[in-house]
Design a protein. Structure first.
Length: 699
């Protein structure tokens, strides 16, 4: 193995640092030195803060800067030094190979940036933010906004032919830094703020809207698409954006910033005729290099125009296409599909006229498809034989809303027997009113490599349960199983819990009259990592079995009735690794004498709502939650002084939802006080239905 080094003559900058009380850090400069070093990368930067606890003199240093506790841009590392309980006589030594002093001055006074920031200086800034752990707050946003427009203005004047070179150079060098993602997100936020385009982030997806309070359909964000999305939820917003980005310089920056935060999917809701067509600016054509997935939703007019745009603009870069809740002439869809070798196709509630035979032909002929999602769409399913023989489809989702569609599907299933299909890994079917049959169970046995199986809204009985269990038993690679039907069978559910290879088990009970789930001892308590039970009555002994699952990470008990554990001594609580706990709408009698929250040191998400009695209160939260709990939802509950006092110590809390909560004992939310630990980390706060005191602004 050969490692190549660059011989570099570099400047070593030396600074001395001394604290005064808990409010000021004084920086002193020493004469810089030239040093011959061997580096793997000539762009390598380093910064070291050395503290050997030795006292020393700073007489030979010149005071050049004071960092204060209210510095415009603050850093965790420097704040920690300020707050350390040590002697003010201790001196720190700072060594680096760049002008660190200039960066510190810049973060306290943006006017220091008089002639524009260079590529090299921008690298220094990004590196310093990473090393010193910059604190994310409003001042950081203001700083980035000023920095961004300084870069934009100077490039516009001096380097219009190389529009976003600064960002490209820096991000290509520092793609591994943690601050990288924070900084990029801040850049695009301030970019949109400057353009006066309202926006929100939802699970790292960017939504453009007319009003930040506008609602949107989360189902538009397809979890099966491996990219984050740009969702334009209103056509007027799309028109505004189209007009703004006719400026090529702004458009290139926008596209580049989207790419940096991994947004490669585009979703347009309620499309109309483009208002910029006459300006020779085609949005889709100009974005074709970026977007690998496109979703068009609620398309009822201008269908010919948008499909002609797509056909003319989108090249081979497109991988996944989604059309939903739309009325479209099937001929346009046919032409579009013939032009593209898609890897993924989703059609959801799309009316394409009477003749949709072209879809079956497309499914038969396309060998590039790896993912299909067909919901409420007419098919005769003649292509199903291709799915099981020569297809490359790995993920298949079917949603039936009519009985005759189910009949077509089952008719084709009956033709497929004794096959060995290795490609399909994920199968999800939501039936209309189908009763599980022997033909369907034989069909399932073909997919020997299936890893995920989801069967919902089917009808069953004792006999069909046995057929289905037999089919599931042959799927030796099955790890994730979801079932939901109208027949409650303790024997059926017991069998599912006994399958050792199942890691995720989700049971949706559609049986109106709740029967009690009585679980027998499991054959293995190590496999199950996620368990969701919906609308199930669970016995105390069953809870004892569930809590023996030692690798359980996600537990969701929604609208369940949990019976008390009569003999608490029988409880062997091993589920200590739970990270996500949902107790929504459940009657938690079992928790009357069981403080489950006190045992969960690794909890990151807690969702509690509608649990009127026997709820273990928030004061029981484990101390481990202080540095781990990020999302807390507590709806329709009572908040006491002790609850509020416990919540304020959650240092990394990002989401707090207290919908319809009532504060008891005269408590007010503002009494969290300035010592509330999550004020800097909190990103989402929902107080809908909560009586608010105006003094809440103090927090």
């Amino acid at each position: 193995m050969f490692i190549f080094y660059h011989i570099v003559l570099t400047h070593r900058f030396i600074y001395l640092l001394k604290k005064e009380g808990n409010s000021n850090l004084y920086f002193y400069s020493k004469i810089s030195e030239e040093k011959l070093v061997f580096e793997k990368n000539e762009n390598h930067l380093y910064l070291r803060i050395l503290n050997d606890k030795n006292t020393g003199s700073i007489n030979n240093g010149k005071h050049v800067l004071t960092y204060k506790k209210n510095n415009f841009i603050r850093f965790d590392i420097l704040d920690d030094i300020l707050h350390q309980n040590i002697s003010d006589n201790i001196i720190w030594k700072i060594e680096c190979n760049f002008d660190f002093l200039y960066i510190l001055k810049l973060t306290n006074d943006i006017s220091e940036l008089s002639d524009g920031i260079t590529d090299v200086e921008f690298k220094w800034l990004l590196f310093s933010f990473q090393y010193l752990k910059v604190i994310e707050n409003k001042n950081l946003s203001k700083f980035i906004r000023a920095l961004y427009f300084n870069m934009l203005l100077n490039q516009n004047i001096n380097n219009s032919k190389n529009e976003n070179q600064n960002l490209k150079v820096v991000f290509s060098l520092y793609h591994s830094l943690e601050i990288y993602s924070v900084f990029k997100r801040k850049l695009i936020i301030e970019f949109l703020n400057a353009l006066m385009i309202r926006h929100v982030f939802y699970d790292e997806n960017l939504i453009l809207c007319r009003n930040i309070k506008d609602t949107f359909d989360p189902s538009l964000l397809n979890e099966h698409i491996p990219y984050k999305s740009l969702l334009i939820n209103d056509f007027k917003v799309f028109s505004i954006l189209e007009k703004i980005i006719t400026n090529r310089h702004i458009f290139n920056y926008f596209m580049f910033l989207l790419e940096q935060i991994n947004i490669k999917a585009f979703i347009l809701n309620c499309y109309q005729v483009s208002q910029t067509k006459s300006q020779n600016f085609d949005f889709f054509s100009n974005c074709k290099h970026l977007f690998k997935a496109i979703t068009i939703s609620n398309l009822t007019i201008a269908t010919q125009y948008i499909f002609s745009q797509l056909n003319e603009s989108i090249d081979g870069n497109l991988e996944i296409f989604t059309l939903r809740n739309s009325i479209v002439d099937g001929r346009y869809v046919d032409t579009f599909l013939k032009k593209h070798n898609l890897k993924g196709l989703k059609l959801d509630n799309v009316n394409m006229g009477a003749d949709v035979s072209f879809l079956d032909a497309y499914m038969d002929s396309n060998q590039s498809l790896e993912y299909i999602d067909l919901r409420k769409v007419k098919f005769n399913f003649s292509w199903l034989i291709n799915l099981t023989s020569s297809s490359n489809i790995q993920k298949c989702i079917l949603f039936f809303d009519l009985s005759f569609s189910e009949q077509y599907f089952i008719r084709e299933c009956a033709k497929l027997k004794d096959l060995h299909i290795d490609v399909l890994l994920y199968l999800q079917i939501r039936f209309y009113s189908y009763r599980i049959s022997e033909e369907f169970c034989i069909f399932l046995k073909n997919f020997r490599s299936l890893q995920t199986l989801i069967l919902l809204n089917y009808r069953s009985d004792k006999n069909t349960d046995l057929l289905l269990l037999n089919a599931i038993g042959t799927l030796k690679f099955l790890e994730n199983l979801t079932v939901g039907n109208n027949f409650f069978s303790t024997k059926f559910y017991n069998y599912l819990f006994q399958i050792p290879r199942i890691e995720t088990l989700i049971i949706n009970n559609f049986f109106l009259h709740k029967k009690t789930l009585e679980l027998k001892p499991f054959s293995d308590y190590k496999y199950l990592t996620r368990l969701n039970l919906n609308s199930v009555k669970i016995s105390g002994l069953s809870l004892i079995e569930i809590f023996k699952c030692e690798n359980l990470k996600v537990l969701s008990l929604e609208f369940c009735e949990l019976k008390s554990i009569r003999n608490i001594k029988l409880l062997d609580f091993r589920s200590l690794s739970i990270k996500s706990l949902c107790l929504s709408g459940s009657n938690l009698k079992a928790f009357k004498n069981l403080d489950i929250l006190a045992s969960l040191e690794y909890l990151e998400t807690l969702f509690v709502s509608g649990c009127k009695s026997y709820l273990c209160n928030l004061t029981k939260l484990s101390i481990g939650c202080n540095l781990r709990l990020k999302k807390l939802t507590y709806k329709w509950g009572n908040i006491s002084y002790n609850d509020l006092n416990r919540i304020k110590y959650l240092e990394v809390l990002e989401k707090l939802d207290l919908t319809e909560c009532k504060f008891t004992e005269g408590m007010k939310l503002y009494k969290l006080g300035n010592d509330c630990r999550f004020l800097h980390s909190l990103k989402h706060l929902n107080l809908w239905g909560v009586r608010i005191d105006l003094m809440i602004i103090d927090i």
